[in-house]
Write a protein that binds this ligand. Structure first.
Ligand code: SAM
Length: 468
């Protein structure tokens, strides 16, 4: 972008709508301008920080008029924390915008005939809906401009979330509206204890410090798991922290820790020590139990996951006679959820530990008509696999944000199951994949589901039928 454009301020731009990934859209001299931290209806001055021949990107720096659709954000951390960026938009409108995103992606990217997109299924809980949060300890707390300008000395140790796009800056969280108790209590008590005891908070740049990361998982059945990651192998310090949590929160059903001396916080390859309680928590859905280990994935909004799975099951239209393939099965939650209405379910997933959980979850629920395979989808779901297994009547597919590999889409065309149910957390890649599947399939139904209120994220379920 030309120097002239960078930092240029465009005055009096009216924000028109919200596009993909929650970006606000305005126009200036025939060019699209994507604007951060605004809302449709606002009249703003925008500082441009990126420009291309067809569009510009910038940040609202002055508001001449606020949109009448704005609501007061409920969280004191709003604007700095990257967690719930849509708090200033009324929930009804958030739902409309998300549905519109699905329509836009299918019209612009999918370019396939679609039926009317159903209104989004809203979340009964719009706060405290997450069952998992991940907090980072840091000795380099993010300071606001006012704090810096005040010239005062501030406590720099923090326990909270990464500031968007700044790996070493952590916003200290006092109250988070995303997860129910004991989440806030555990985080705040542990921070206070660590400060009083003079325990070291992690230095993200130099990779030193005892306290590194805190993960809290809760279930709708009242169980809770706390995992503390330590950045140093200091038995005395570790015992102090774990004994404190054990005594202060006797209701935690699973208290675990990890000594992680690696450069990054991921712990799929690390040993997990059970300090107290069980090494898993259990979630329940329609009488089915799901065992969730510290390394297992589980949909983060448990109540809405149930709504999502009900849509997927309804779209599958099972009678008890069908062979179902559940692709990207994770811990086999969808596979086990539909198993009682199917003849057989075959689940495929990349992560081996997840497949072990999927098998265990079938076992503890007395489900005997599931089979699970671990490996990369494009390497497992091949013509050789198809020839050794019964042909699917229904394929349920729930890939990651990137969507399906082209080879997997080709294989689905080859398998030609009468029905495909495509669940996605990214309607853009979903629309791209469905454009390829349109060679043999038509879109019958589209149902967005809101899994993440106060954010722009949208989950979407599509039923595809093999063309006659
Ligand atoms: C959106 S999650 C779906 C989870 C599951 N359906 C559920 O509802 O809990 C996507 C899953 O795809 C898996 N995955 C990602 N890439 C994969 C690949 N190339 N082959 C197989 N599985 C993959 C991830 O490990 C993850 O479990």
């Amino acid at each position: 972008m030309s120097r002239k454009m960078k930092n240029k301020v465009i005055h009096n731009l009216r924000i028109e709508r919200i596009a993909a990934e929650g970006k606000c859209v305005a126009h200036h001299e025939g060019k699209v301008v994507f604007v951060q931290n605004a809302a449709p209806g606002d009249l703003v001055d925008v500082r441009i920080n990126r420009g291309k021949s067809s569009f510009m990107e910038g940040e609202a720096i002055h508001f001449h008029e606020y949109s009448k659709d704005r609501v007061e954000p409920f969280c004191g951390h709003f604007g700095i924390c990257g967690g719930c960026k849509w708090q200033h938009i009324h929930y009804d409108l958030q739902m409309d915008y998300k549905r519109q995103q699905v329509v836009d992606q299918f019209t612009r990217i999918g370019k396939v005939p679609i039926p009317e997109v159903n209104p989004i299924i809203g979340s009964a809980q719009t706060q405290y809906y997450r069952n998992k949060l991940d907090f980072t300890f840091s000795n380099s707390r993010w300071l606001t401009r006012e704090e810096i300008n005040s010239g005062k000395e501030f406590e720099r140790n923090a326990l909270g979330f990464h500031i968007p796009k700044m790996f070493d800056k952590i916003i200290d969280i006092e109250h988070c509206y995303l997860q129910s108790e004991p989440s806030n209590e555990v985080r705040n008590s542990l921070k206070e204890f660590a400060l009083n005891e003079g325990l070291s908070f992690y230095d993200l740049r130099n990779q030193v410090g005892l306290l590194r990361n805190l993960i809290i998982r809760t279930t709708s059945t009242g169980e809770s798991m706390v995992i503390v990651q330590f950045g140093e192998d200091d038995p005395e310090g570790i015992e102090k922290v774990m004994a404190f949590l054990h005594e202060k929160f006797p209701s935690l059903t699973s208290l675990l820790y990890i000594i992680n001396l690696k450069k990054n916080e991921t712990f799929h390859d690390q040993e997990i020590v059970t300090y107290a309680g069980k090494d898993y928590i259990e979630e329940e859905m329609e009488g089915l139990k799901f065992r969730i280990g510290p390394k297992s994935f589980y949909q983060t909004n448990s109540l809405q996951a149930y709504e999502l799975y009900k849509v997927a099951r309804e779209y599958a239209g099972l009678t008890g006679e069908e062979v179902v393939y559940d692709l990207y099965t994770g811990t086999g939650t969808i596979a086990n959820f539909v198993a009682k209405q199917a003849k057989e379910v075959i689940g495929i997933e990349y992560v081996e530990a997840a497949i072990e959980d999927a098998k265990l979850n079938s076992n503890i629920n007395n489900i005997y008509n599931t089979r699970f395979y671990a490996g990369d989808m494009k390497d497992i779901l091949t013509p050789a696999f198809a020839s050794k297994h019964p042909k699917p009547h229904v394929v349920i597919t729930d890939p990651p944000r990137a969507g399906m590999h082209e080879d997997v889409v080709k294989m689905l065309l080859q398998l030609a199951a009468p029905v495909i149910v495509y669940v996605s957390c990214n309607p853009a890649t979903q629309a791209r994949d469905i454009a390829l599947l349109a060679e043999k399939y038509q879109v019958e139904k589209i149902q967005p589901v809101d899994m993440f209120p106060q954010t722009y994220h949208v989950e979407n379920v599509v039923r595809l039928r093999l063309k006659p």
